[in-house]
Design a protein around this ligand. Structure first.
Ligand SMILES: O=c1cc[nH]c(=O)[nH]1
Length: 413
């Protein structure tokens, strides 16, 4: 009789955030089958060497369709409006192949930086039609070996004011759109925009992820309407808002009320620090006012939050390498995070965005897919501060990348 090995693969000596000492992780059929201090059986082995193993970063908000446009967009961008107009003019010339190539470049960077789950927003409107959507669908298929890509279709330039946009959105939702986004502040009727997005979300039974309240004027906003619609439609836990920088301009009492409102409605908040700080305050002649919603504080008060990359090398953010660890470090730097907040900052790119995206089988737990990454650090508390290399990644137990340690050429060695 041939005895089957209990595991196909064992990760030896992996430090988990939840364990005081390194453990072994047994994998069978692509799923985690056991976690124990020492697994005594034969299998292919990967020596993690006491380094930190995490379940992979979760990027809830990126725009693959308009990444890597620096060579086409001129040198002088400024405000949010400028960025939207610049891409609006360019996208008429986007082809499926062009969007695919730019998106692939960013996806490959994200993979080697340890991202295992990602939600890309993709613009759907009469200027671009469904070309970008076709490209990101192909990217989802072609990179499924390394990363779960989820598609959020959205009308960047408005809905009620843009004839033809809704019909295209409906076609995208019938053909693989997994979440519906929106951008009420570009619509001539923001309230109707929000209501229509929720109508479509309910019709297609998909979650909602809106660009919202992206400035520093707290005298008006769309947050109340979004929370109202969420509660009215029983969409608790299925709605996220990105940017929401107006929250950072609220005095403490109003912030307390807004936090309670978000927690009650189950509306999640995604902070996009690179874009938020790049685009705001552009009209100012001096003391350029910029703000950032404090995701780690909101998270402490029961609001599901994430930090995400958003835009990479385009007029919205002419920087970036799709590294979520670097983005979390950037966020922690500019958001007044103290050493005691660093653990929560790591949650903002792992556990919390997994909740935002309702990923039921996320995490290094028995029964879950063996999706994990290994960081070159032995202390999870300081991963955000240290910016360690992500040394290797696995999806369902299959290795997706390895990063070589740099070699020092010491004289005389
Ligand atoms: O940051 C932003 C805001 C609106 N639309 C985008 O694509 N990015």
């Amino acid at each position: 009789m041939i005895t089957q090995p209990a595991f196909d693969l064992i990760f030896r000596n992996a430090l988990l955030r939840s364990s005081a000492a390194p453990v072994d992780i047994g994998v069978k059929g692509g799923r985690i089958a056991a976690i124990a201090p020492k697994l005594a059986c034969e299998a292919v082995e990967v020596d993690v060497g006491g380094h930190l193993a995490l379940p992979g970063f979760v990027d809830t908000h990126i725009h693959l369709d308009k990444a890597c446009l620096l060579d086409r967009c001129g040198h002088d961008h400024g405000s949010l409006g400028d960025a939207i107009r610049a891409v609006s003019a360019m996208k008429r010339d986007f082809t499926v192949e062009d969007v695919y190539a730019r998106g692939a470049k960013v996806l490959e960077r994200a993979i080697v930086h340890g991202t295992t789950h990602m939600r890309t927003h993709v613009e759907i409107d009469p200027r671009i039609g469904l070309r970008s959507f076709e490209a990101v669908k192909a990217l989802k298929r072609d990179y499924a070996w390394a990363l779960d890509l989820s598609l959020c279709v959205f009308p960047q330039e408005g809905l009620t004011n843009d004839p033809g946009a809704e019909e295209l959105l409906v076609r995208a939702l019938r053909d693989g759109g997994e979440t519906i986004g929106g951008c009420p502040y570009t619509d001539t009727d923001p309230t109707a925009h929000v209501a229509r997005i929720f109508d479509l979300a309910q019709e297609f039974d998909v979650d909602v992820d809106l660009h919202l309240d992206f400035d520093l004027d707290p005298s008006w906003w769309h947050l109340d309407e979004v929370c109202r619609q969420t509660e009215r439609r029983n969409y608790h836990g299925r709605v996220a808002i990105g940017h929401a920088t107006k929250l950072s301009a609220l005095p403490p009492e109003r912030m307390k009320a807004a936090t309670a409102q978000l927690a009650r409605a189950g509306v999640a908040v995604t902070v996009l620090p690179a874009t938020d700080l790049y685009l705001m305050g552009r009209e100012a002649t001096h003391n350029a006012p910029r703000g950032l919603t404090l995701a780690h504080k909101l998270a402490g008060d029961g609001v599901v939050c994430s930090v995400a990359t958003n835009n990479v090398l385009n007029p919205f953010t002419p920087f970036g390498d799709a590294s979520l660890l670097r983005m979390a470090n950037f966020y922690a730097n500019v958001a007044h995070a103290s050493v005691g907040d660093f653990d929560t900052c790591l949650d903002l790119v792992t556990e919390l965005p997994a909740r935002l995206m309702n990923l039921d089988d996320y995490g290094i737990k028995v029964g879950n897919p063996a999706d994990l990454i290994v960081l070159d650090t032995q202390d999870s508390r300081f991963a955000i501060a240290e910016l360690p290399d992500v040394m290797m990644g696995f999806k369902e137990g299959r290795q997706t990348f390895a990063r070589q340690r740099p070699t020092l050429f010491r004289p005389g060695a």
